[in-house]
Design a binder for this molecule. Structure first.
Ligand SMILES: [Zn+2]
Length: 310
């Protein structure tokens, strides 16, 4: 006998609310990913966010629960990207001496800690990410895979709680800066000896890009995109460029306007000789015509003489 359709909402709608919130956040941060949680077991009113503040994606392989876990890179100009893992992980456990398996809920935070730093002990404390773990504590052979040092961290702070999140970001930015500086020192040491130069790897280059540094062994990597007007390769985020025909090609009108207004304001300032203009500005700035000494206000003496004779 056919049963009547009973398409109603579950009595407990917490999960629907939570997923709704997660979807909303996802809309606001399209570069990020979220994971659907299962519909069984204890209901957590939170998910665990895995944040990345650096422009480097990671693929963590920790089977069986995380055979391929992708952490998205933070795009240029953004503060972070994130992905999520559920508050609880279903651990599959073998009953000793049998072929029986049962599942057990484990705190996802413990997994998050080890996901980002394989040598950490599985702790549910956020501060565990700041601990200096050594290989003696956890999995051997995994030292150097500490993503906590490379701008990744887990948190229960959602992306819309900007104030609290910013504090956490600051902590991991400091760690990332220190790590990059030490990687750069490392690379310089490697470069000094011809035999070790080939050991300079992607992490060293990442550190140089993050610190905005240049060296003989590193040329900065600019993200090139196609100009939407003329199709020529241009650096991402620039308001305009000159194309191969020598014409000015405007990509971002708003930014271009702001740039031109600022440039005109400075030129006007120089012409009228109103304060705030130093010679340094003239030397380093890129103005269309060279300014003479009078406009710069460099030589007041001949000026006064001129005025007297006039
Ligand atoms: Zn163009």
């Amino acid at each position: 006998m056919a049963r009547p359709g009973l398409y109603t909402l579950a009595g407990n709608q917490q999960r629907a609310q939570r997923e709704g919130r997660a979807m909303g956040r996802h809309e606001n941060y399209p570069e990020s990913t979220t994971l659907r949680t299962q519909d069984v077991g204890p209901i957590a009113d939170y998910v665990i966010y895995i944040y990345n503040i650096a422009n480097m994606p990671h693929l963590v392989e920790q089977p069986p629960y995380f055979p391929k876990f992708r952490i998205p890179a933070c795009p240029p100009g953004k503060k972070f990207a994130f992905t999520t893992i559920p508050a609880y992980i279903n651990e599959s456990i073998n009953r000793a001496g049998t072929f029986e398996y049962f599942t057990q809920k484990a705190d996802g935070r413990k997994y998050a800690t080890c996901l980002l730093n394989p040598i950490a002990l599985p702790t549910d404390k956020w501060e565990g990410q700041l601990t200096k773990w050594s290989a003696a504590d956890g999995v051997v052979d995994q030292e150097g895979n500490n993503l906590n040092e490379l701008g990744c961290f887990w948190s229960l702070t959602p992306p819309d709680d900007i104030e609290k999140l910013q504090e956490e970001i600051n902590i991991f930015t400091d760690i990332l800066v220190r790590k990059c500086e030490s990687l750069i020192l490392d690379a310089e040491g490697l470069y000094a000896n011809e035999k070790t130069r080939s050991l300079i790897g992607p992490l060293h280059h990442f550190a140089m890009d993050y610190r905005n540094k240049q060296a003989i062994w590193h040329t900065p990597a600019f993200h090139m995109v196609m100009c939407p007007n003329c199709g020529e390769p241009v650096r991402e985020g620039i308001p305009f460029h000159r194309n191969s025909m020598g014409e000015k090609c405007i990509i971002d009108l708003e930014k271009y306007k702001a740039h031109m207004l600022r440039q005109r304001a400075i030129e006007k300032e120089l012409e009228t000789g109103v304060e705030g203009v130093t010679i340094e500005k003239v030397e380093t700035g890129s103005f269309s015509r060279p300014l003479n000494a009078e406009e710069v206000g460099d030589s007041p003496a001949p000026k006064t003489r001129k005025r007297k004779t006039a």
